[in-house]
Write a protein that binds this ligand. Structure first.
Ligand SMILES: [Fe+2]
Ligand SMILES: [Fe+2]
Length: 305
């Protein structure tokens, strides 16, 4: 799919309602891919490379190391001899599949223990580990030709390690999961509400400055400056709602609660399924509320002050 004269997208559906996009930015000197989707998207991405008539695919950038963004790394590396570039800190998630599974799916194995099925499902989205050749931080410029320039942004929150891009000649913002699906039956997860709020604010400020012509994300349809503001509001509201729900649960509880019943009650009240992403997210909210003195924690039990 052609987005504009420099940017192309591959698309698949992860579920009936959740799309997954990966991107190609074409320059005269070379082109780059942004994210590699799931393993089965390899053919679609090759199709987009052909549609764009790009001759030299030099880099594959992973916005962050979740399975649906790194799934075709190995096949793309083999086919194009490209270099894999990913946010600094994310390398081991991409190179070591056992580590990936443990870090992602087993945040609290005493609450959600190892399951062969989950492991098969998650690791099955990826074509195996691949070496990260370049570790990326904010403020890098990738010059694809005299006018086509990508700059990198650090967008921590959904994950500790996440980057996004501005393509300046077309004024396009390209993101992975820096804006997560704020509605739906699953918490996409964010490890730090504080850092996520900071990223939402940063994207809002960038949008005021640039008034992006196009805003591309992995799991929403392509949108514009106005659509970005709507999504930012949605994410902001979801973060607030998790905080309020936790506060309510603890206020109503007759005695201090541990992580598990709090997490289960948050999922029930917000209508989301019980899953490891939501578990890590609720823990992130609790930890920051304890740091801020809004919630008291003694021996793994939480209570409101
Ligand atoms: Fe993600
Ligand atoms: Fe994703």
């Amino acid at each position: 799919m052609k987005i504009n004269e420099k940017v192309f997208a591959a698309k698949t559906m992860l579920s009936d309602t959740t799309p997954l996009h990966t991107f190609l930015v074409k320059g005269k000197d070379f082109s780059v891919l942004i994210d590699s989707g799931v393993a089965t998207m390899f053919g679609d991405i090759v199709g987009v490379v052909e549609q764009s008539k790009s001759s030299d695919i030099r880099f594959l950038f992973n916005t962050h190391p979740h399975a649906d963004h790194i799934g075709s790394n190995r096949q793309l590396k083999e086919k194009y001899g490209l270099l894999v570039a990913a946010p600094v800190g994310s390398e081991r998630w991409i190179e070591d599949m056992e580590y990936h599974y443990e870090q992602f799916c087993l945040p609290f194995p005493e609450i959600l223990p190892h399951s062969d099925e989950t492991k098969r499902d998650i690791l099955g989205l990826m074509d195996g580990g691949s070496k990260v050749d370049l570790s990326v931080t904010e403020g890098m410029t990738v010059r694809l030709d005299g006018e086509t320039q990508l700059t990198t942004l650090a967008l921590s929150g959904h994950m500790m390690y996440e980057i996004g891009f501005i393509e300046h000649s077309t004024n396009t913002l390209i993101l992975g999961d820096a804006i997560t699906l704020y509605e739906g039956d699953l918490f996409p997860g964010h490890f730090s509400p504080k850092q996520y709020r900071a990223t939402v604010k940063k994207l809002g400020e960038l949008n005021r400055k640039h008034r992006f012509n196009q805003v591309l994300t992995a799991h929403f349809e392509p949108t514009d400056s106005e659509g970005l503001n709507k999504h930012l509001l949605g994410v902001h509201h979801m973060i607030d709602q998790v905080d309020w729900t936790i506060h309510q649960i603890l206020s109503e509880a007759a005695e201090p609660l541990s992580l598990e019943p709090i997490w289960r009650a948050v999922c029930e009240r917000m209508g989301r399924i019980f899953e490891f992403r939501g578990l890590a997210m609720v823990h992130g909210h609790l930890s920051e509320a304890v740091q801020d003195g809004r919630i008291l924690q003694v021996d793994g039990l939480y209570t409101v002050r």
